[in-house]
Write a protein of this length. Structure first.
Lengths: 536, 536
């Protein structure tokens, strides 16, 4: 029989629980020979990924990475991205995934803010290196993921992995900081959401549960991986021993090709991406026949688009996710069973669903008291996914995180059946003649008009009402906008005071954030700064 | 260059994460009007259950329950059981679910060991109250769940709930002790496995993920709720907002009736129970047509029985669970996809599956080193489900919990595809009808009989119970063995199911190892290889 040498149980053992590297270790142990990732022509098994990550972690240590050091990544989607994440955790560091759409100024601010020591840069972003290098003093090492090495940047080649000595797992876990996720700041510059291992680990498990992911899951990384929405799949897929498929950046044809070629069955898309796939000339539902689960979120889904998607891809189970980076990010989920097109339950298509497993949601008034069911208030949430706070922003942290609850800044209500309806961002709410008008509700009504392609509703200055409801519409191709018809359509669906007082037509697509959200701040600017006013 | 995060969230906020009461609060908030439980003719909604639990918690506080106090429960399955669990947690206490098959001596030992202050007792166990009261000094309050109140025991009536003032959630969570689960001790008496909120909460989430539980889940509590296997469903079902259905104790006809009457779709059974259902004269697969998920475990499943079940109930997805109380309890799971009756994959029916989500399994040799794939060693496991240790048993804790890994005492190997095979559940342990019988405990009881010189207890094959307890006795010089007297002696000391079903007498000394331990493997061989069986 096996003998039992006795060593004491130590307190710090418990701190090894909820460790992101556990997902990789388990996958490599349980499914060593199965394919872990497909990136173009490069395929890796789980044991290969594990081996590469431990070597890359060794290389990171050699480059001077110590426990808690920030490792920044400015890159398109790819297997190297996932390898870097796990290698950073393995070496004990904190990842800082950078937004690939940001300007050099925004990137420099972020890198300085978190005092990153190592920066990994993908080829397309090399032209910004000079400016970043000059402005960010903390950076000691820059590694290029492609392109050419230069005097101050070494090239990431297979040699870096091949030459790295596999190192032991730093065993960071629990409350140790795993990632800094910079979210667009409304006050000018992004702020860093501090997420510990515990938060990302919990969220990965919750997503796996809600979507029913398992070792047969083949996940397409088409949405940008630096955003937490798709980022989370890095850990979820490892936790269940599934398979990653990557395309560098979203493109409808590339996404369809990857789905077809690799029998992709699961992914997350923002509504804009889904719309571009459905409207693509080469779209054919048969090309997506392997698809089983599609999670959408990060911005409101126009009801018309959702109905189109449900009709055209009946073999796909749709999940709506609502969340926030501060919650790592899941808050609510609308499961496939509640994606019903007809009958009384079809109203739920407009809801964000019910709280994800393990998450509490409380809707509160301005005094912080829980409101009555059906009453609109601010959505607050609490779960093991909650952030530690904002990096170096104690005041912002106090505003957003109170008594363990994240204050989302979103307005919503909960119906009798427990479903949460997100009616608007607090800051996008229009106050017209003393009435609160939620732009998302008006947009939803307008989006069902046959001529409307995209629509954004904002408040514009109004002498009479303070603010007036204004709609900016991008017509569908070939359609023209008849204001009277639009307003008539709207009046049948929502109260008169919510209907647009004025409409303008735009032939340009709306300015979007990197998360695909319409930048209403920019739309509003033209009206408010120009001193124009509503026409009454 | 390690700068400290400037604004960590307050420590106490994070301690509110992974809180078992969260499951109840969320279910009541999200699904207030849906049916939470059906127990005979009594049906409760989630909001009713929440209300009752908060009142019962208030009553527990009035009865003197303070944070961390042990609240013991000796009861059959029922909605009151679940209410008591959540009320105890709500009031800040620690639950101690007692094995309903134990003798008064075993119960008294357990209650004394954990110094329980309050004991809830179901009607059938009232006759033992006198002895328990006399022996256990820590008990201040006894509440009868049925029967008649007496001088020293008050009766649990609806008044207790109706009269209780709803109290605030004590917000115990994380590493706070949620439950003490006594498992049969190898040294004579059971030891208490300390499971914190974190462990039970994680396990509930992992089960929900692995089995795909959701708000449409209707769970039958047919296996005894004091065992962690079914106990875990108390939290899982609340986490997903499903529905509980109870029968007081397992009975094939009662189980079938409950499944039919309440459209039960999910449950856990030990193999013996499944066999009794399938062999019951009134069994008809059509009566189980609502069933979707059946988790089995706690003892080895005879392959013939499993094949029979798969054939007779093709509409049911079978899951095998392997675990240990020390892991809260999940370690591995064999999913429905790997329940294949024919072809090369059918060998997996004999495996325990792959590690559950979030769980690491490592098979080690006598020196604690990981063995090569395919090699038999001791199964060790680590996950957020890991226990804090054994109550008041530092030495036992050191043996079982080393560097954060639980040493299961089970031998097994992992195949090339990651599947774990348990080849020898702890050498000395007998699994009879789903109950673990520790031979040392039975030997300890037998050894006190005046005629017994030496004794070895082993499991021998048994059609009904899987294994049956068999004692081999070497009489004292000049003594002769009277089976009836031996068994009578035993029944006074340990539970009936632990007593030998058969006895054989040996005049030869037992074969010993070099360390002087009885080589039970050799004793067992005669029974297992010879194809003999217990006499029922």
């Amino acid at each position: 029989m096996l003998s039992r040498p006795s060593t004491p149980a130590r307190n710090e053992d418990r701190e090894q629980l909820m460790r992101l590297t556990q997902a990789l270790t388990s996958a490599a142990d349980t499914f060593p020979g199965r394919t872990a990732s497909i990136d173009g022509t490069i395929t890796r098994t789980w044991i290969e990924r594990h081996e590469r990550v431990t070597r890359l972690a060794g290389a990171l240590r050699d480059l001077g990475t110590a426990a808690g050091d920030r490792v920044a990544i400015l890159a398109h989607n790819g297997d190297r991205y996932t390898e870097l994440l796990f290698a950073t955790w393995w070496a004990g560091g904190t990842v800082v995934p950078l937004n690939t759409r940001w300007s050099a100024a925004e990137l420099a601010h972020t890198l300085e803010d978190c005092s990153a020591r190592i920066l990994f840069v993908d080829a397309p972003f090399l032209p910004m290196l000079g400016e970043l290098r000059a402005r960010v003093r903390s950076i000691e090492t820059i590694v290029c993921l492609g392109g050419k090495a230069s005097a101050d940047a070494r090239l990431f080649t297979e040699d870096l992995i091949a030459g790295g000595q596999p190192c032991a797992d730093a065993m960071r876990s629990g409350e140790d900081l795993a990632g800094l996720f910079y979210t667009g700041g409304t006050t000018g510059f992004p702020k860093g959401v501090m997420l510990p291992h515990r938060a990302l680990w919990y969220n990965a498990l919750a997503i796996a549960k809600e979507m029913g992911l398992d070792s047969r899951t083949v996940w397409l990384h088409a949405a940008p991986m630096f955003h937490l929405a798709d980022f989370a799949a890095n850990t979820s897929i490892a936790l269940v021993g599934g398979r990653h498929v990557y395309i560098p950046a979203f493109d409808p044809e590339a996404a369809l090709q990857a789905i077809e070629a690799h029998a992709v069955n699961s992914t997350i898309l923002v509504p804009t991406m889904l719309g571009r796939i459905l409207d693509h000339p080469a779209f054919d539902a048969a090309r997506t026949r392997s698809m089983r689960r599609l999670l959408y979120g990060a911005s409101p889904m126009p009801e018309g688009l959702l109905r189109q998607a449900l009709r055209e891809m009946p073999h796909v189970r749709f999940f709506q996710g609502y969340g926030q980076t501060e919650m790592a990010p899941g808050i609510t989920i609308l499961p496939p069973e509640d994606h019903v097109l007809e009958g009384p339950s079809s109203v739920r298509l407009r809801s964000a669903g019910v709280p994800t497993i393990g998450c509490e949601v409380k809707i509160i008034d301005e005094q912080g008291r829980k409101v009555a069911r059906g009453t609109i208030g601010e959505i607050t949430a609490r779960s093991p996914g909650v952030m530690l706070g904002y990096w170096n922003q104690p005041e912002q942290t106090k505003t957003s995180l109170r008594d363990g609850w994240v204050h989302t800044g979103d307005c919503g209500f909960q119906d009798e059946d427990g479903f949460i309806y997100v009616v608007d961002r607090l800051k996008d709410m229009i106050v017209s003649g003393g009435e609160n008008v939620f732009s998302a509700e008006v947009e939803s009504a307008l989006s069902t008009h046959p001529d409307v392609g995209a629509v954004a509703v904002i408040g514009i200055p109004c002498k009479t009402w303070g603010e007036a409801v204004h709609a900016i519409i991008v017509p569908k191709p070939g359609a023209s906008i008849d204001d009277a018809s639009i307003i008539e359509h709207c009046r049948k669906r929502i109260a008169g005071y919510k209907c647009p007082r004025s409409i303008s037509v735009s032939t340009e697509p709306f300015p979007l954030s990197s998360a695909g959200k319409v930048l209403k701040r920019e739309l509003r600017a033209a009206f408010w700064e120009g001193g124009s006013c509503c026409v009454q």
